[in-house]
Write a new protein. Sequence first.
Length: 97
Amino acid sequence: MQVRDAQGVEPAAIVGAADLDGVRVLEIGCGEGRLTRFAASHARQVYAFDPDGARVRAAEAALAPELRKRVSFGVHDADALDVERRRFDLALCGWSL
């Protein structure tokens, strides 16, 4: 099993660079939701997507019930991003490039 960022360096770096409290976050390549859970615990709204449907389902399942109303998920790649015209305050793209 691969564990990425077991020490939590990436979330700490994000908090050091941007204030997530109350913002709208676009997460590109959410995978199994490692950063989705982190962002949802701070942000007002998160739209997280990934081209791998199984990983998106895992991300949804791992999300705490109290955070589910803040997060919506999509299964597609970045080229197919087609959300209603919305504005996001911050985009996260961890390990997706």
